[in-house]
Ligand binder design. Structure first.
Ligand code: AHR
Length: 636
């Protein structure tokens, strides 16, 4: 039998223990959680008409010409001039959406456009949403009468549900009109925010009660080149003033070419902070440290020219935490959030390695500590938890005496077996050194990012086994997140991923349910679970960890059985005077290790719960083969 020493807490579980990693990869933001349905709404893609094509009806004739006003509007240089050249019919264009547009019957859709009518013109616009056969399923009309740029809006309700809708924009009358920021959003966004996020996707995140939200990535922070790096200041303010850039996941390194992958930054830093707040997660931004992605160009900024990068970091803290009267605090307040976001963590760089990282980190650290000594700094250790680069950086960061490192961000994308064999990874980590952020991890069934790399039960089960080791070592490991988070079924570059979406649906993988089981059953203090006086770290294929929750007075026990045998196990709970007679047993299991969830069967693997009786201080549970089990009981 197993013994739980419920009155011998060994470590405090950080409230940030189980969190989320967000990156705009796999159409995670544009085409994903950012609910904009129009692709290339401001004609700024490399090919300005990507996603658009000409449309003529009833003999309509005209021309479409992209204009560039870079000199006066460098953040949003291009717009479209639509000229009608016939009295008959209608003339205009169609937008194909990201992979089509998901439209739902009975939902309201809000169309908007920046427009100016030319002198002597009287063009009226018709907006239509059409299904895959080209039949109208919703629409409205609008006359942009002003001669100066102005925003026009109109709403309509869809009469049918369609995963592959397109949007038609037609002009009728005489003359020309200039168009920019042509946009269509569903009204039912998260919290019904205009121009907001897909509610079904955010809900899946909120349900996890995550401890933190790390954003905006990943490699996207670094960019393929420094010019293409993520620059947070260009992602705040009015959406039409946010400078779009190519996404680092555009085409390259992709099994499904995505030449249309750009970052509109409609989901920008303000929205990331707001999302964190909405779902009760600590915001954890990661900034570029003066190095481009070392898997790509690996460009670095000369050490004596790091100032703008460091200024970005200092200004970000002011944006998040400064008073509404400060320069960057005012930008936040003007966007609708006068109160500070109370950001406590900042990451410097992602998956960087070599001496060049250490040199740059030290410059950041000095400047940040001088002004904001209380913001916890997260440094990074290269891509994988072994190999020369990792060893070098890990050792250097740990032993650094001339700079502060609060948390080290480790990443591991390894086979399932590695996760089962590494449940003891942190048992011998230095308790006095920096804390650990397991910032990106996922078990791989085959090669990283390949089409056959599946979110199968074996992967999730092995991660659960490993996660008991993270929890047992909560004094060292204070932040963890699975990665990547989202993937669009028709636009991914990386597998496996925690949540899969298409234009209308979103479902959690078995890995999602493992993460959710841990994050919603975190507890506040670790207590030992022993078998033969030893921690349960894979002997006979059992893995276990336990916590108590001092806020709710509960004991929470997690047991993972990775074997193919069922076992009736007894858990003796020591040190609790008055145990309740009943607890709950939540079980996540599948008898097929290759079982996955899917759009057709989104909950093929999902938790079930039952009551269990406690006799004296012993609870008996049937641990099914290949199962993750959470037992919860009141302790007073
Ligand atoms: O999660 C996908 C990628 O994996 C991240 O962008 C990067 O940090 C890592 O290599």
């Amino acid at each position: 039998s197993f013994v739980v020493k419920a009155n011998q807490p060994t470590a405090t579980v950080a409230p940030t223990m189980w969190g989320l990693f967000f990156e705009d990869i796999n159409l995670g933001a544009d085409g994903g959680i950012y609910a904009e349905l129009v692709k290339n709404r401001s004609f700024e893609f490399y090919n300005p008409m990507m996603g658009w094509k000409e449309e003529k009806r009833g003999g309509g004739e005209g021309s479409l010409l992209v204009h560039n006003r870079n000199e006066i509007n460098p953040a949003n240089p291009r717009y479209l001039r639509l000229q009608v050249k016939s009295d008959q019919g209608e003339y205009g264009l169609i937008n194909e959406g990201f992979r089509g547009m998901g439209v739902k019957q009975g939902n309201q859709y809000d169309f908007s456009v920046m427009a100016r009518q030319h002198e002597g013109s009287n063009l009226a616009l018709t907006i239509e949403v059409v299904n895959a056969k080209g039949e109208k399923i919703g629409g409205a009309t609008l006359t942009p009468s002003g001669k100066e740029w102005e925003k026009y809006s109109v709403s309509f309700t869809a009469s049918a549900t369609e995963p592959k809708a397109q949007m038609v924009l037609l002009a009728k009358g005489k003359g020309a009109v200039d168009l920019d920021m042509i946009s269509l959003f569903p009204k039912d966004t998260w919290k019904n925010r205009p121009g907001g996020l897909r509610a079904d996707m955010v809900q899946l995140l909120a349900d996890m009660k995550p401890g933190f939200l790390r954003f905006p990535g990943g490699c996207i922070v670094e960019g393929r080149t420094l010019d293409e790096r993520f620059q947070w200041k260009k992602t705040v303010g009015k959406p039409e003033e946010r400078e779009l850039i190519v996404n680092r996941w555009n085409t390259e390194f992709s099994h499904r070419p995505t030449p249309d992958y750009y970052q509109s930054f409609g989901l920008g830093f303000f929205e990331y902070f707001q999302l964190s707040e909405d779902i009760g997660a600590e915001p954890v931004p990661i900034l570029n440290c003066g190095m481009a992605c070392q898997f790509n160009t690996g460009e670095v900024v000369p050490l004596d020219q790091l100032d703008p990068y460091i200024q970005d970091a200092l200004d970000l803290i002011e944006f998040a935490n400064g008073p509404a009267t400060s320069k960057w605090g005012k930008v936040r307040a003007d966007m609708g959030h006068p109160a500070p976001f109370n950001m406590k963590y900042l990451g410097v760089g992602n998956e960087q390695w070599g001496e060049q990282y250490v040199e740059r980190y030290k410059v950041f650290e000095k400047a940040l500590t001088a002004k904001y000594p209380n913001v916890q700094l997260i440094s990074t250790t290269g891509p994988f938890p072994d190999g020369e680069e990792f060893e070098y950086l890990d050792k250097t960061l740990r032993s650094m005496t001339d700079a502060r490192v609060d948390v080290i961000d480790e990443h591991y994308y390894r086979p399932a077996k590695w996760f089962r064999e590494n449940a003891t990874r942190y048992d011998n980590y230095d308790r006095k050194g920096p804390k650990i952020f397991a910032g990106e991890y996922a078990a791989q069934s085959v090669a990283i990012a390949s089409p056959d790399n599946k979110n199968s039960w074996e992967m999730a089960l092995s991660e659960a086994a490993f996660m008991t080791g993270l929890e047992r070592n909560a004094d060292v490991v204070t932040m963890t997140s699975y990665a990547p988070l989202f993937a669009h079924a028709e636009g991914w570059q990386w597998t496996p991923d925690m949540i899969w979406v298409d234009n209308l649906q979103a479902y959690g993988t078995p890995n999602y349910y493992v993460q959710k089981l841990f994050s919603t059953n975190a507890g506040t203090n670790v207590v030992p679970v022993l078998r033969d006086n030893k921690a349960v770290t894979g002997q006979d294929d059992y893995f276990a960890s336990a916590t108590v929750d001092k806020k709710t007075n509960e004991l929470i026990l997690k047991v993972v059985n990775t074997s193919d045998k069922a076992q009736n196990a007894n858990f003796v709970i020591e040190g609790i005077k008055k145990l309740q007679g009943k607890g709950t047993h939540t079980e996540l299991t599948s008898q097929k290790l290759d079982q996955v969830n899917s759009f057709a069967e989104p909950k093929a693997i999902s938790p079930t719960q039952k009551q269990v009786n406690v006799k004296g201080n012993t609870v008996s549970m049937l641990l099914k083969p290949h199962s993750v089990n959470v037992f919860r009981i009141k302790t007073s």
